[in-house]
Design a protein around this ligand. Structure first.
Ligand SMILES: [Zn+2]
Length: 287
């Protein structure tokens, strides 16, 4: 922890000191090395906040951006308490997550902190490589493309997904001409594959060039109107975070943060690139 309590005030660690934990009031010792940010640590962490994860430099660096009053804040609710990593002046809880976490724990935390909370994940937990919307692929589930799916229906199908964007009349016309039908449950265009087998490769001839071309043109139009939107797909399904009900921001330690705007099927979705400095300013100075 960056802070501990002494004489009822929050203090930073200095060499060879003891103080009390913000959460459980137990004794914490200062750790003041040459490399890492100076911080406090319990002798044993067992009877403290069970949501506490071993802190990394990444945690401490994020916390240091915020004022003392907004960092490591004990939040109590119905006899339970937890230490929020960051609690802004506008009462938003920001939880920093570096290590793996169980799906149920995510839900419990979201329920405890309520709707005014969001996550910042270290990119080690979800490494998203954003692609331009017009990057076309038939081999992986992506928005603004047509991908092969064998799970949604009994027969293999092609799915064209335009996220929340309404295709142009011309694109709709071309899709319908090529046997794509709008599925009101999936809210996507679906075409039954002419192939019965489950093999996914080599079936591009099922999708006519004019379909691809029109989808790319439509993606470019959307990209022009929304320059910060990107699409992504993951190599492995990301089951842990896909059910989260809060906003998720991924910090890859560069100048941009990726805000997950949609997350379909544990596998793919849309992110918005957010300028990290603007993001920090917004929450550090939030009134
Ligand atoms: Zn404690």
């Amino acid at each position: 922890m960056l802070y501990a309590i002494r004489n009822e005030s929050k203090i930073r660690a200095t060499p060879n000191q003891k103080a009390n934990c913000i959460g459980c009031n137990g004794i914490v010792n200062s750790f003041c090395g040459e490399i890492y940010n100076w911080h406090w640590k319990h002798d044993k962490k067992d009877n403290c906040d069970d949501w506490f994860e071993p802190e990394t430099e990444w945690h401490l660096n994020w916390k240091q951006l915020f004022d003392k009053e907004n960092t490591e804040v004990k939040i109590s609710y119905e006899k339970k308490w937890h230490i929020a990593d960051i609690y802004t002046n506008s009462k938003v809880v920001i939880e920093l997550q570096y290590s793996s976490i169980d799906k149920r724990v995510i839900q419990t935390r979201e329920d405890f902190y309520g709707e005014k909370m969001f996550w910042i994940l270290n990119s080690k937990r979800m490494n998203i490589e954003p692609l331009n919307l017009d990057a076309y692929s038939v081999h992986s589930p992506l928005v603004f493309t047509t991908y092969f799916d064998t799970k949604v229906f009994v027969r293999p199908v092609w799915i064209a997904d335009f996220w929340e964007f309404e295709p142009t009349e011309k694109l709709k016309e071309i899709l319908e001409k090529n046997d794509f039908i709008y599925n009101t449950i999936l809210k996507k265009y679906v075409k039954v594959s002419s192939y019965q087998t489950l093999r996914k490769w080599g079936y591009e001839d099922d999708i006519k060039k004019e379909v691809k071309r029109e989808i790319i043109l439509f993606a470019r139009k959307i990209m022009k109107e929304n320059p910060r939107l990107k699409k992504f797909s993951l190599w492995r399904p990301q089951k842990t975070w896909s059910d989260s009900k809060r906003n998720i921001f991924i910090d890859n330690s560069y100048s941009r943060i990726l805000w997950i705007k949609s997350f379909e099927n544990d596998r793919y979705g849309i992110v918005e690139e957010v300028d990290k400095q603007k993001f920090i300013n917004k929450y550090v100075n939030a009134q």
